[in-house]
Design a protein around this ligand. Structure first.
Ligand code: CTP
Length: 444
């Protein structure tokens, strides 16, 4: 009996998939189809798959070509499957030609000609209206956003707005998009907005974007006052719009995994969270010269507060900020200490003091440690009393990681996935409240 195996996502099942399976079956006597899990697709950068794993499996079953269906969960699984299942032929479409030649050592590899003019990507784009995204602000983060946005299907970057025309044009030329200095023209040309302007301008831009009926993805810290955050979320809700704070860590798969394990009971009840992020900055950067809104806490506090809010919640009993300030009064180093009914936490941020950037979560049975850059969570360890008892976890973190938040933002707009648990509105409001307290205490 000749055993054949093929793999794919098979999202929005189409004729190309049908013909591929038909010809794969014809290559032998027994066809095994490997279907990718959502988690695996996310780790390999395939974002915005629409059909659930169950639906995708059902669609393959309906063709009647598959004798067996397995799921593909990890990279490197194909080799093991081929050995384990005694496969004679591995086959995929010709878009993969050459990619699997290494499997020739274990079985025959056949690339079947891909059916022309059809793909899941094409169907996803036809089914959902492509969201034209406009960027407000042209700083470093906006430059990092551009290549990441290209990787998410369902959006296209349309243009950039900056009241300073020269900056808008420079950015637009660099990324081959349109430049706008007129806000009305800008809003008329886009469906959704990404705000990457200086912190203190976020509130005004979000408000006007919502008033123009645009969904908003805003860089952290979204706003610097609790009442502003509440007002903006209310405004978004009334208009049926999504307002989304872009703290990229919240959306990255490794951080989701870390939170899941922290809350699974494997380290017992959580009693202490320590999060530290320091980044030495040159003295002339905006972060160290903007006397009102610069400094380490407004810049990095959102990252460090995130695991604390996620694990201990928004209702702390006590909070205390200790800062070391530079000559211009801006905090070069800030330590926030929080007391909760059953735990304590510290968030440490530095722009002028370097420290070990670590996330440590201590529980009654063990602890989790993620080293820098834990805010781009790719690896962490779970330790117990016995020093030899260490579980190591890794998760892919691709590129700058903004693709995960962009993808989640988009799926909230299209309603295909509910992602607001990753950073709730309440958590964003709490973060704004924290910024307000800090700035108030710093006398700014
Ligand atoms: N396939 C094909 N002809 C097409 C589309 C897909 O033969 N027009 C094959 C692929 O080569 C692969 C299998 O079908 O062997 C599953 O492909 P998958 O990646 O799930 O489908 P695509 O339509 O290529 O998906 P996407 O657009 O998301 O890449």
């Amino acid at each position: 009996m000749i055993k054949v195996i093929t793999y794919g996502t098979f999202d929005l099942f189409h004729e190309g998939h049908y013909r591929l399976l038909q010809r794969a079956k014809a290559l032998g006597d027994y066809l095994i189809v490997g279907v990718t899990t959502e988690a695996y697709d996310k780790t390999r950068g395939k974002l915005n798959v629409i059909d659930s794993l169950v639906t995708r499996i059902e669609n393959i079953k309906k063709t009647g070509f598959a004798d067996e269906i397995i799921i593909e969960e990890t990279e490197g699984q194909k080799f093991n499957d081929i050995k384990r299942l005694g496969i004679d032929i591995f086959t995929v479409g010709s878009d993969w030609t050459g990619c699997f030649d290494y499997l020739n050592d274990y079985c025959k590899v056949v690339y079947l000609e891909r059916t022309k003019n059809i793909s899941s990507t094409m169907l996803r784009e036809q089914n959902s209206h492509i969201q034209r995204i406009g960027i407000i602000g042209t700083g470093r983060i906006a430059g990092r956003f551009m290549p990441e946005a290209k990787l998410v299907s369902g959006i296209s970057t349309q243009g950039v707005y900056n009241p300073h025309w020269d900056s808008a044009v420079r950015f637009a030329d660099r990324w081959e998009i349109d430049a706008y200095a007129d806000m009305e023209e800008f809003f008329a040309a886009v469906d959704v907005v990404y705000i990457a302007s200086p912190h203190e301008t976020h509130y005004g831009y979000i408000k006007v974007a919502l008033e123009h009926g645009k969904h908003v993805l805003c860089e952290k810290p979204m706003v610097l006052e609790r009442a502003q955050a509440e007002e903006l979320f209310r405004c978004a809700k009334e208009r049926g719009l999504i307002l989304f704070e872009g703290i990229k860590t919240a959306y990255c798969p490794g951080f989701q995994k870390l939170l899941g394990i922290a809350c699974s009971g494997s380290i017992g009840s959580i009693r202490n969270v320590e999060a530290c992020f320091t980044k030495l900055e040159a003295a002339d950067t905006r972060e160290l010269t903007d006397r009102k809104y610069g400094g380490s806490f407004t810049e990095l506090g959102s990252y460090c507060m995130l695991p604390i809010l996620k694990l201990f919640g928004k209702e702390f009993q006590e909070i205390r900020f200790d800062s070391l300030n530079g000559e211009n009064g801006l905090d070069l180093f800030t330590k926030v200490s929080l007391k909760y009914p059953n735990g304590i936490a510290t968030a440490t941020c530095g722009l002028g003091v370097k420290s070990e950037g670590r996330l440590l979560i201590a529980g009654t049975k063990g602890y989790i440690v993620a080293e820098a850059p834990w805010w781009k969570t790719a690896y962490f360890e779970v330790h117990h009393e016995n020093p030899g008892d260490i579980q190591k976890y890794s998760e892919i973190f691709l590129g700058d990681g903004l693709r995960y938040e962009i993808s989640d933002f988009l799926s909230m707009i299209t309603g295909t996935e509910k992602n607001n648990f990753k950073l709730t509105r309440g958590e964003s409001v709490a973060l704004a409240g924290m910024m307000e307290r800090f700035l108030g205490q710093a006398g700014r």
